[in-house]
Structure formats: C-alpha cells, structure tokens
Design a protein around this ligand. Sequence first.
Ligand SMILES: Cc1cc2nc3c(=O)[nH]c(=O)nc-3n(C[C@H](O)[C@H](O)[C@H](O)COP(=O)(O)O)c2cc1C
Length: 221
Amino acid sequence: MIKSDEQSKVLPFVLAITGASGAVYGLRLLQYLLEVEQPVELLVSKAALQVLKEENDLVFNEPLEKSLIEYLKLPSDAPLRYHSLTDYGASVASGSYRTMGMAIVPCSIGTLGAVAHGLTENLIHRAAAVCLKERRNLMLVVREMPFGHIQLKNMVAVSEAGGIVAAASPGFYHRPQSITDQVDFVVGRVLDQFGFDNHLFKRWREESHELPIPVQSKQSK
Ligand SMILES: Cc1cc2nc3c(=O)[nH]c(=O)nc-3n(C[C@H](O)[C@H](O)[C@H](O)COP(=O)(O)O)c2cc1C
C-alpha cells in the first residue's frame, strides 16, 4: 500500500550514508525527507565524509546536523537527529525503538559485507542488523564497478535475510537533462520502496494516465 507523505511521518526513518561514490544520493534523500517533515535518524560514516570532500568539495563542521541543515537550506527545526557511529546506546541500536526502516545510501561494499554477515563494528551495521531481525524495511543502494563474486554473494545474503538490494544505477528512459535528474531518479526509487508518494522523476508511461484522451482518438474509437 502506498502511504502518503502525511502517513509516513509517524515513525522515524533511519538513513545511513557510507563511503561509496555518490554520497550526494544520500544528501538528496535526506533533503527530501526533511522537506516533507519526515523525522530522520542520520548515521554518516567517516569514509562518507571523505567522499563528500573529494567529490563535492563539501566539508561539514561540528555539530554535523546543524551544518547539514544549513547546507540543505532547511529550517533550523528540521526533524533531524544525528548519531555518532560509536554510540551503541543510541535509539536506533535497539529493536524496541520503532522506526519505519532504514536505507543505506550509498552503501559501500564494506558496509554491505558487514550487514550480510551480521557484524556490528559500528552503529550503521547495528541499526541494519536491528532492521533485519525486526523484519523492518532495509534497503542498501550499493555502488561499485564491477561487482566481485564476494560482493554478489553478500547481496544475495542480504536479500535472503529480507533486505532490498539495489545498485545506484540511474535509468535513462526518463530522459535526464542533468546530474540532478539522475540523482533524483535513484532517490525517487528508494522513496518508492518506503511508500513515499514522490514525484522526483518522470515515471514510465506516467503521462498516459494523466493526460486526457485527445478528442480525435476518442472519435475514431
Ligand atoms: C572518493 C572515494 C570513492 C569511493 N568509492 C567507493 C565506491 O564506489 N564503492 C565502495 O564500496 N567503496 C568506495 N570507496 C572506498 C570506501 O570509502 C572504503 O572502503 C571505506 O572503508 C568504506 O567505509 P564505510 O562502509 O564505513 O563507509 C571510495 C572511497 C573514496 C575516498
């Protein structure tokens, strides 16, 4: 069932950004969620901060949530809670803390391996393990090129455990005009998995449902 943005707000969304290429996907997802006032529990790996610096010249000051909110041009009271990766006492470390699930965007192959094998070396791994054991939505948007045999097996393991695994692979059928269009395609498809009724990208054949039937073709029928 598709939940409206209104309904999805009830439980917090756990978002982890790890050190695969394309940390900007995670930032865009964070921006969308906070714009629709969805509470977010945010986890960011050290490697993700390095990628943001290398790929986007982005360096965030402490406290991270304040810098992120300013960068994303969101109101200062945006419902964002950031957790240090060493804080195993954080809310998201426990299954008794209810969430609507978790997305790891982008997901490095290192984090994929940890999740596939149930390791809890940091809070991202622990929060993901919690989602799997509680049978909550868990989506990993992996980025690597090519995938090695071990990574492919790890993806199967996560899928068999109930997670959703995707590659960060933007489509071209919506005729992207910019990198933003491509980022939004991937982010929109992630939001689809969590039931957000989003319009970040043009869906396949969507216009045929929205446009009125032209008068001529009505007559010829
Ligand atoms: C600029 C840059 C790009 C990277 N791209 C990838 C990538 O696409 N996929 C990947 O799995 N790791 C990539 N890495 C390596 C990871 O950051 C590294 O394996 C790290 O240990 C991942 O840690 P994390 O899973 O805790 O974030 C990249 C690193 C840098 C600095």
